[in-house]
Design a protein around this ligand. Structure first.
Ligand code: ADP
Length: 268
C-alpha cells in the first residue's frame, strides 16, 4: 500500500465520532484516494510515453549490433529515426520538469512588466517558422497594454497555444494571433481553421496527457502536456483559458488576464 492509503486507514479507526464527523472524514478519504489514483495514472502515463521511443531506439541498436556491414544510406535513415525518438523523450522530460517547477509551492511567481505586444510579435515569427508557409498566419495587436507577470512563463504558455494551432491545422488553413481587450479583460488568443474539437473533450483538454486523438498528437510531436502547462501558468497569473471550438471549422484558445494584471506600457 502507498503511504497515502495507509494514512487513510489510520484516520478512520482513530475517529469514532457522530455521523457528521464521519461524513467529513469519508470526504477526506475520497480526496486522498483520488489524489493517489491521479498519481498512479500519471506515473503509468509517463512510463507509457517513454516506453515507445525507448523500444524503438533499443530495437535499432540491437539491429546495428547484429549487422556486419551497414550501408551509409540505411545508417543515416536509422540514425535519423533514433534522433527523432530521442528528441521526443527530451521534450517529454522538459515538459515534465516545467510542470513540476510550476507546481512546486516554493516556486513563487517572479513578476515583472511584460511587454505582451512585443511577445506576440516574437510568437508570430515563431509561428511562421513552425508552419514553414503551410498556413496563412496573421497578427493583430489591438491593445497596447502590458501584463504584470513572468515573461518566460507567458512565452511558454502562449507558445504552446501557437504550436498547437500550427500542428492541428491542415496545410492551407488560417491561423491568427491577437492581443485585444475583451469585456474587462485583455486576451492573447490564437484562432485556427483546423480540425476543431468535439464539445465533450473541451473540459478535459488541460488534464495531463489528455488527447483527443493519441496517434495524431504523437505524429505531430506533442507530449500531451502543453495545455496542462498553459493552465498552470495562467492560474499563477489569475488568468483564465477560454476554449471555443467547432468540429470541421476550427478552434480559438484565449488566455484572458483580469484588469488587476494589466498595466499601461511604460512612458517612452
Ligand atoms: P499535445 O501535445 O497532445 O498537443 P496539448 O496538451 O497541447 O497536448 O493538447 C491536448 C489535446 O488538445 C491535443 O492532443 C489535441 O487533441 C487538442 N488540441 C489542442 N490544441 C488544439 C487545436 N488548436 N486544434 C485542435 N485540437 C487541439
Amino acid at each position: 500500500k502507498s503511504p497515502a492509503s495507509r494514512d487513510v486507514t489510520l484516520s478512520v479507526q482513530l475517529v469514532p465520532f457522530g455521523d457528521k464527523r464521519k461524513m467529513l472524514i469519508s470526504r477526506d478519504i475520497t480526496q486522498i484516494e483520488l489524489v493517489d489514483a491521479m498519481r498512479r495514472d500519471f506515473v503509468a502515463n509517463v512510463s507509457h510515453e517513454l516506453r515507445t521511443p525507448l523500444t524503438v531506439v533499443g530495437g535499432f541498436l540491437e539491429t546495428f549490433a547484429d549487422m556486419e556491414h551497414i550501408n551509409p544510406v540505411d545508417f543515416r535513415r536509422y540514425s535519423d529515426l533514433m534522433q527523432q525518438q530521442t528528441e521526443r523523450m527530451r521534450m517529454l522530460v522538459e515538459d515534465l520538469l516545467t510542470l513540476s517547477r510550476l507546481e512546486s509551492p516554493q516556486n513563487r511567481l517572479q513578476e515583472s512588466a511584460t511587454d505582451v505586444p512585443a511577445l506576440a510579435r516574437l510568437l508570430f515569427q515563431d509561428a511562421q517558422s513552425l508552419s514553414g508557409e503551410r498556413h496563412r498566419i496573421e497578427l493583430f495587436i489591438d491593445s497596447d497594454r502590458w501584463v504584470k507577470g513572468n515573461p518566460d512563463e507567458l512565452r511558454s504558455a502562449f507558445g504552446n497555444l501557437v504550436s498547437n494551432a500550427v500542428r492541428y491545422t491542415p496545410k492551407g488553413g488560417n491561423i491568427s494571433l491577437r492581443w485585444a481587450a475583451r469585456a474587462g479583460e485583455v486576451c492573447f488568443s490564437v484562432s485556427d481553421t483546423g480540425e476543431g474539437i468535439e464539445p465533450h473533450h473541451i473540459p478535459r483538454l488541460t488534464e495531463r496527457f489528455y488527447r483527443v486523438d493519441r496517434g495524431r498528437s504523437r505524429e505531430t510531436g506533442g507530449t500531451g502536456l502543453g495545455l496542462a502547462i498553459v493552465k498552470h501558468v495562467l492560474t499563477r497569473h489569475q488568468a483564465r483559458l477560454l476554449i471555443e471550438s467547432q468540429v470541421g471549422k476550427g478552434s480559438c484558445f484565449a488566455a484572458c488576464f483580469p484588469a488587476s494584471r494589466v498595466i499601461a506600457p511604460p512612458a517612452a
